[in-house]
Design a protein around this ligand. Sequence first.
Ligand SMILES: *[C@@H]1O[C@H](CO)[C@@H](O)[C@H](O)[C@H]1NC(C)=O
Length: 468
Amino acid sequence: MPGSRIIEEADSLLADGPTVSHTSSRHWRFHGAALIAGLCMLAALVYVGRRPSFSAPERGQAVSQEKPGRQMNLDAVGGLLVAGQQPPPTILTANAAAPTLLQADPPNSLLKKAAAMEKSNPAGPSPLEKEYVLGQHANPKEKEASEQEKAPGPPDAGPLKKKDAEESKSKSCKTATPGDTCYKAVLWAKWIGLIEHPTWYPGLKRATANRMAIQEWLHNNSQGDCHRPCDHETYPIPPSGKGKPSLFCFSVARMGPEMDTMFMQRQMGAGIFACDGHAVYSDTHVNIDGFKTTLIPSTASGVSTDKTAANSQVFMNTWNNLLTTTKWYEYDFIAKVDPDCVFFPARLRGHVHSYVGQNVFFLNCGKYVPATMYGALEVYSKSSLGAYLSAHPRCETSFPFGAWGEDKYMTNCLEMLGCKSVVDFGNFLHDERCWGVDCGNKQAVAFHAFKQVNQWYNCWLLSNHHGF
Ligand SMILES: *[C@@H]1O[C@H](CO)[C@@H](O)[C@H](O)[C@H]1NC(C)=O
């Protein structure tokens, strides 16, 4: 059901008043100032030595202006796309083939549902449907155990025995924790099931169903290995990722589908929330399940500009705020990730680890000459951003950032400042404007663009699901 879109979610967009912590930002401003002074001196020494030319040739990059047309150069794609793979809409539709027969199903008839799935879809339910809707496991032993648990009781079970079991079950409660089958089932229902198959969940409404209610519904309907959730508990959130090299990742997200993907990433512990550190910039205060967004600093002048210029200004302000108020300098690499970019930070580490400590940033599209950086995923080393921080006014007077778009501007600016651009387009960013997108690829760092949450989640599952 593409195009479905929610603004408010009981469990998602309950902003709880002004949330920016001024004390902590002041605190970091102090440390930031000391660090900036140090970086400035260092950068000054470097530049005196290098004397970079101010007349760096303009790159043949037209990222922002480029139409998102489908000029996929399939010859050039070579080994990147597996032969016969389709662009994402096809993959997603095939995956989401919804057996419409199920609409009239009574909610509890798990077996009927499975049979119907198999009947309507000759290939049987997809592995994802099996795991997330039917709660089956790849491991046959686990599968047996879980089916016994879920079965409404053997036909010869006496009524007393059955009643006892039900009573003790209803008394015990267990809110799912990250990693549980039930936790995955709840998220799948929330971000895919209720969007693509609302009729599978009689009594649940996408707009109001939070994860607690979804878990209770799954429990009531013997799905997803779910216990009854414990009331008045906060639904748990997976911990941040940890790894080397360390990554600080941020997104600029507007309310609507973009903010929805932030909630989803937070609840999954995926995307930017799988980085060691993260920030979300928005034009409204939002509490993303306990993680507070930072307000995008507004433009000082009220001059109205065209869309690209306004967008570039938003990012310029965001960069300046990020570099002066966050702890970005405690991380080896900093990644700017668009909300519609399906991003796997752990895979990024493999691409950047040999550049720790170097003054580099990454060009992620090699379709054109020279290679370009697409803004869906921008990766910078700590020292390249240090160079930007200490010298960005030079870029502002040298390049028309408003006309260019932020990604092209940053590329030219950092090259002028003497940062080395590393061309990496082997399984780095799969972008529909570059060489196309294949979510079935299990190595690529990122896939772009997936604006709707269910599309984002589906792509993540396709790339992430082992043995699928
Ligand atoms: C689950 O079942 C209980 C008891 O029958 C009922 O009160 C509750 O509303 C149900 N919850 C959902 C989400 O369907």
